[in-house]
Design a protein around this ligand. Structure first.
Ligand code: AMP
Ligand code: MG
Length: 415
């Protein structure tokens, strides 16, 4: 950017952990909630705990197909013959009472008939002439699912701050709950900056590159369930950028930009956004993705990501995603799990910064290893597409030799 003024500003160095903490410590859920039907709660965050309005299961019921019996009837050391007096189905309970010396044939999920207290699985029972023969060695109360053992009436079925996935939708339905209160969707405005950027669908002029970051971010943000305001490409021009920042901060909770925060470019943007708010510019001790900006612009939070396509994804996943989830109401935010795996590749690394390499976790001949997924330049998206995990090399470490154990972060766990 041409409009640099005065001496270059000092940009502080930060570790990845400090940057993450500095961001997350400042954020809480945005206000606003709504009632939605259970299906529409997929990907949404509960704003209130859901208390169980009934027991799940609602009745004591059978965990197996077999016979409902009275344990007291069973001889301790010998086979017992009982008279079969009926059948209990899941949707059609046995309405009588199981008396002494009697049994009821029962299907999985059927309520336990009155009088019975134990289920004998059909595989071990012998049936002949209207009688069931139960071998010795049964346990009192076996093969029963107790009322409320999954969810007890009045207890917390789902806590506030929980993001609903398939299991949560099913759990809500199992309680008969038809609607829940969720946080409103986070509104995210995003744009790319750079004079060299061309929009897809047009031929490239000399020196231009297609704006890919906006598509990467569209994908990442859509999966988080954000409401998106795609503001296109904004030129490296103070007036255009100021207009974009003002418009974005007036209509969104979060502004996400890519490009323009590297040392050479930061001074100008820094001056601009700090006129509109308060933004810190950092050099984070990671590779790729060193430069990043974070702060307030007007009423919105700004995340200024670097321009390099892979750096965008690394900084998004390591710093922005959990921030957006926090603003969306998710709590607590768990640390992303890391797995220790043997590395098959040699990796050169300088101590002093954390590196996120694109890796591929593979299983070959019953052996699970990780290898580098192609060229690792911070502009090379292809290797990001070929990878299924980050190989995360800690700050203090140096080169990795084949056979060394490394830590990986699975893409699939990154939402
Ligand atoms: P910057 O951070 O603006 O200095 O950009 C660093 C590198 O990323 C440059 O090579 C840019 O051309 C490239 N770049 C920046 N923004 C984008 C984008 N939206 N899509 C693809 N490449 C980009
Ligand atoms: Mg640029």
């Amino acid at each position: 950017m041409e409009q640099k003024t005065g001496a270059p500003a000092r940009i502080p160095n930060l570790s990845a952990d400090d940057a993450r903490r500095a961001i997350l410590d400042r954020l809480t859920a945005v206000p606003g909630r709504e009632r939605v039907a259970v299906r529409s709660a997929l990907g949404r965050v509960l704003a209130e705990a859901v208390m169980a309005p009934c027991n799940v299961p609602a009745h004591d019921n059978s965990a197996m197909d077999g016979f409902a019996v009275r344990f007291a009837d069973l001889a301790s050391g010998a086979e017992t013959a009982l008279t079969v007096v009926g059948t209990a189905f899941a949707g059609k309970p046995f309405s009588g009472i199981v008396g002494a010396g009697q049994a009821v044939r029962i299907m999985t999920g059927a309520p336990i008939p009155e009088g019975a207290d134990t289920i004998v699985v059909q595989e071990i029972a012998r049936i002949a002439g209207g009688q069931v023969f139960v071998p010795a060695g049964q346990r009192a109360g076996q093969n029963l699912r107790r009322a409320g053992e999954d969810l007890a009436l009045g207890g917390v079925a789902l806590p506030a701050g929980k993001r609903c996935g398939p299991a949560e939708l099913g759990l809500l339905a199992s309680l008969g709950v038809a609607e829940v209160t969720v946080h409103r969707r986070l509104r995210v405005a995003f744009f790319s900056t750079g004079d060299e950027l061309a929009s897809i669908g047009k031929p490239l002029a000399p020196g231009e590159v297609y704006d890919s970051n906006r598509y990467t971010l569209f994908g990442a943000l859509s999966r988080l369930g954000c409401e998106l305001l795609d503001m296109g490409v904004v030129r490296d021009d103070p007036a255009a950028l100021e207009t974009a920042f003002r418009e974005a901060s007036a209509s969104a909770d979060v502004i996400l930009t890519s490009g323009g925060v590297s040392v050479g470019e930061a001074d100008f943007i820094r001056e601009l956004v700090n006129r509109l708010g308060q933004v810190a510019f950092w050099k984070i001790d990671i590779k790729p993705g060193r430069p990043m900006a974070f702060g307030r612009v007007g009423d919105a939070w700004l995340f200024g990501l670097p321009g390099n396509p892979v750096a965008v994804l690394v900084t998004f996943y390591q710093f922005v995603q959990d921030a957006l989830l926090t603003l969306s109401g998710v709590a607590p935010i768990p640390d992303t799990p890391l797995f220790a795996v043997v590395c098959d590749s040699a990796i050169r690394k300088q101590p002093g910064r954390r590196e996120y390499l694109r890796g591929r976790l593979v299983r070959r001949d019953g052996r699970q290893t990780v290898e580098l997924a192609g060229a690792q330049g911070s502009g090379i998206l292809r290797s990001m597409s070929e990878a299924n995990c980050f190989i995360v090399l800690p700050e203090a470490g140096g080169d990795v030799a084949p056979g060394d154990t490394v830590q990986i972060q699975l893409f699939d766990g990154l939402i």
